[in-house]
Structure formats: structure tokens, C-alpha cells
Design a protein around this ligand. Structure first.
Ligand code: C2O
Length: 469
């Protein structure tokens, strides 16, 4: 039963190993050295010097599909120059493979001390990583006003791979990656980035739920973040190789925009004030190859500190405003329940029209493949696996492995908050318990697994009824 999948991943692994053995693959006249998995050590460096105040003009990051032709040309020139460093000086930390190794080094490890996922480091570290990456690209094209574009899958208009990344869809395009599974023109599914997913995430009431804690992830780290990694597939499907696809940076700029939007959405959407968070220190090579340290506190105000804003996208801004007006944005846990026992506390909590969310800490799912788990309120719903249109559908969680061979198994706690739809709430209101199941599929039409949902800590979270009238 597991055979087809294992062979699939072995094939992928062999393909990546053989690219390493072959050593090079061509790209528009460039020869790009391809390193085997696992060799993602960073070039040597001395002690880090602290991040210096950035006084460049504040410029917008724009949706990649809205760039002007001249901006697309510059973006491609920047990545072309970055890739050229891979051959002209493979030890230059600003080269494309070296930049990808930064992610591999910090994010594809089982060592919790180094791992930048599964905790409140996730948003801050990736913001800092993109910032230094963006400054390097700007330096390579001699333009301090250069800012990374973002993919924009949070908006319904930008659900396919951004045009510059797929046109042309071959190795003459420095933004191309040959391993993607998502084909140009194919939309990311609703279950992973649809308006419900985005709204649910943007209305999470605490940083714990949104951005994670010292020891566990926030909700969006699984979906949409992990889900999009899985959907793009190929290099993007594993943390060790994800940043070898240039679209990684567009994906993460969108994740970063989500954080920025969440902060703006409500006065209660504040970042942690704990010193343990603010003093988190990350290190990167800067645009002059200097080894720099930057703290979480220094990345919180991206506009003033890192000199970029997200392009105001009028329709979306208005849409967000309407959402804030009509949905409660403050959530508090009123009861703790254990699935699957019927719990009168839960039933009381869900009677009335208060929106209800299920808070799962320490979600236990198999970590043997990169996949999107779909969660349903009952086994029949899970067997049918009809996605968001199923009345039993509760949500998705994307799980991304460290590496294709699972050499460095994932460690770290996955926390998610799921909204309960009207049918599920009606079930609970009738006094019936729910027993959620999770479904995973290997690949598009692959083998399906249906397993009971387990988590170390399950709570019900009820939205406060403070919506504006
Ligand atoms: Cu560090 Cu999207 O991964």
C-alpha cells in the first residue's frame, strides 16, 4: 500500500542525488552547480556585527503579477546575477545556492536549537532572511529601491504561480525551477489559501495562535504556509531544498504580508513582549558579505526598520476592512474538552451564534511525507474527503518534511486552530460528540490514509460577541 509513494519519493531523492552527482545543469548560458542534499553548511565567518539602522527609502513590495515589464526585467536580472555567483565564486554567501543553503541550514534540522520552524521564531526569522536576501538582490542590480515582490495567494486574483516565474517556463528564465509539481496556470486549492483560510487566520486573537509560542507553531505555519510548499512541490516540498526555487521567496513574502496584515487587523493583535522573544537573535550574511546579527525586536516594525511596506491593494484593503467590521476578532478559550467524549461544557459553549473554533496543540500526524492533511468532523466525511464543500470539513494542515529521505525527522509541535462550520456546530448542539479524522494523500491521485485525529491539548475557543453593528 505504501509502495507507490515510497517509490515516488525514492525516485525524487535519486533524481536530486543524481543532479548532485552530475554536478551541473544548464541555465541560459550559465552553469549552475547543484549540491547534493545535506551539504548546507554556511561559509566560514567571524563574530557577527549587529544590524545597522537602515536609512534607505521606504518602498513597497508589490504582487509579482502586477510588476511592470521593466520591474520584471530587473527582478530577473537580479536572480541571474545571484545565480552567476554560484559559478564565478561558489563560496560567495550571496550566491543563489548559498542563499538557499541558509534555509537548509536553519530549517531542515532535527535540532530544536537550530530549527526556525515550529515556534515563535518562524515569522521573525523568515522576515529577517527575506530582508537580507532582498538587499543582496538590490545590491546585485545596483538599486537600493529594489524590493522583493510577493506572490499574493492571499488574494483570489493571484492563486497561480506568478507569471514572471513561469514565463518562459524553462531554464532560460532565472526564476524558473524544473522540479515544481504545480503547473503554470493551476490555482492553489481553496482548502489551502481560500478566503476562509485567510479570514480565519487573520482573525486569530492571539500571537500564540497566529505566530506560535516558544515551543510550538502558530496556525498559519501549517496552512497556508506548509500547504503551499506541498502544493508547489519538487524542491519546495522539503525544507532542505525549498529555497532553491525562487518562488520560495515570493511565497514567504506573502507569509510575511500575512503577519503584517494580522498586526494591522486589530489593536489586540500584538506581538509578544517577552524578552525571550524580543531578544531572539538571528545571523545572516548581508549584501556586502558581512556576517550580521539581528534581533526579533528589530524586525517587528518592517516599515521603519526594514524599509518596506506591502503595496496597498485597494480592493483587498477594503475587503479586509469589511471583514474586521463584521467578525469578532477577539477569541478566548472558555472550555477545554477532550475529543471524542461528549462534554456538556462544549455543548454550552457552542449554543447560540458565537463562532466556535477548535484549538489543537501538539497535533499528532504521521511525519513520513510532505503532505496536506485534511481534517473532518467524522470518519464518513474523511472517507469521502470532499474538501471545504463537505459539511464535515474542519480545515487543513500542511506538513513539510525536512528532507526527501527523512534523514532529519521533523521535531516540533504543530498547533492549529480550526473553525467549526454550522453543520458541525448543529451536531454538537444536538448533544452528539464529534470524532475528527485526518486524511492524507500521497500525491495527486495517491494512496489515501484516514486516521483518527490526536493532539496533546484540545480546547474550544469562542469568539467574543463584540462585532460592530
Ligand atoms: Cu522555512 Cu516556508 O519555510
Amino acid at each position: 500500500m505504501f509502495r507507490a509513494k515510497e517509490e515516488g519519493s525514492r525516485r525524487l531523492f535519486l533524481q536530486q542525488v543524481s543532479m548532485g552527482v552530475l554536478g551541473t545543469w544548464g541555465l541560459g548560458g550559465l552553469t549552475i552547480p547543484e549540491l547534493p542534499q545535506g551539504t548546507c553548511d554556511l561559509p566560514p565567518h567571524g563574530a557577527a556585527t549587529p544590524f545597522r539602522r537602515d536609512c534607505r527609502p521606504i518602498r513597497p513590495r508589490q504582487a509579482a503579477d502586477r510588476l511592470t515589464p521593466a520591474e520584471v526585467t530587473q527582478l530577473k536580472a537580479a536572480y541571474q546575477a545571484m545565480r552567476a555567483l554560484d559559478t564565478s565564486d561558489p563560496s560567495d554567501p550571496r550566491g543563489f545556492i548559498q542563499q538557499a543553503n541558509v534555509h537548509c541550514h536553519n530549517c531542515a534540522t532535527s535540532d530544536p536549537a537550530l530549527q526556525m520552524h515550529f515556534s515563535w521564531r518562524f515569522f521573525a526569522w523568515h522576515r529577517a532572511y527575506l530582508y537580507f536576501h532582498e538587499r543582496i538582490l538590490g545590491k546585485l542590480v545596483g538599486n537600493e529601491n529594489f524590493r522583493l515582490p510577493y506572490w499574493g495567494w492571499d488574494s483570489t486574483g493571484f492563486r497561480t504561480l506568478p507569471a514572471p516565474y513561469v514565463s518562459p517556463n524553462d531554464a532560460t528564465n532565472p526564476l524558473f525551477n524544473p522540479t515544481r509539481v504545480l503547473t503554470p496556470g493551476t490555482s492553489l486549492p481553496d482548502a489551502d489559501v481560500g478566503p476562509t483560510v485567510i479570514n480565519d487566520v487573520l482573525t486569530l486573537g492571539s500571537f500564540d495562535d497566529f505566530g506560535g509560542t516558544a515551543t510550538g507553531s502558530g496556525t498559519p505555519e501549517g496552512t497556508p504556509h506548509g500547504s503551499v510548499h506541498v502544493d508547489v512541490g519538487g524542491d519546495m516540498g522539503f525544507f532542505s531544498s525549498a529555497a532553491r526555487d525562487p518562488v520560495f521567496y515570493q511565497h514567504h513574502a506573502t507569509v510575511d504580508k500575512l503577519w503584517s496584515d494580522w498586526n494591522k487587523a486589530s489593536p489586540i493583535h500584538t506581538n509578544p513582549t517577552a524578552t525571550a522573544f524580543r531578544d531572539l537573535t538571528f545571523t545572516f550574511f548581508d549584501e556586502n558579505k558581512a556576517w550580521r546579527s539581528i534581533t526579533a525586536a528589530q524586525v517587528l516594525d518592517h516599515e521603519n526598520s526594514l524599509r518596506y511596506v506591502y503595496e496597498p491593494f485597494r480592493f483587498w484593503e477594503r475587503f479586509l476592512c469589511l471583514i474586521w467590521r463584521s467578525f469578532p476578532t477577539d477569541w478566548r478559550v472558555t472550555r477545554r474538552i477532550v475529543i471524542p467524549r461528549t462534554n456538556p461544557g462544549l455543548l454550552r459553549a457552542v449554543s447560540g451564534d458565537a463562532p466556535v473554533r477548535l484549538q489543537l496543540r501538539g497535533l499528532e500526524v504521521p511525519r513520513d511525507r510532505s503532505t496536506n492533511y485534511r481534517i473532518y468532523a467524522n470518519e464518513a466525511g474523511a472517507q469521502a474527503d470532499a474538501g471545504p464543500k463537505s459539511p464535515a470539513y474542519l480545515g487543513s494542515v500542511g506538513v513539510v518534511l525536512n528532507d526527501p529521505a527523512n534523514k532529519n525527522p521533523l521535531r516540533g509541535s504543530l498547533n492549529v486552530v480550526l473553525s467549526l462550520g454550522p453543520e458541525v456546530r448543529a451536531t454538537l448542539a444536538r448533544g452528539e460528540a464529534i470524532q475528527p479524522y485526518v486524511v492524507s494523500r500521497a500525491g495527486k491521485e495517491g494512496e489515501k490514509r484516514v486516521i483518527p485525529l490526536r493532539a496533546t491539548d484540545v480546547a474550544v475557543s469562542v469568539g467574543e460577541m463584540d462585532r460592530e453593528k
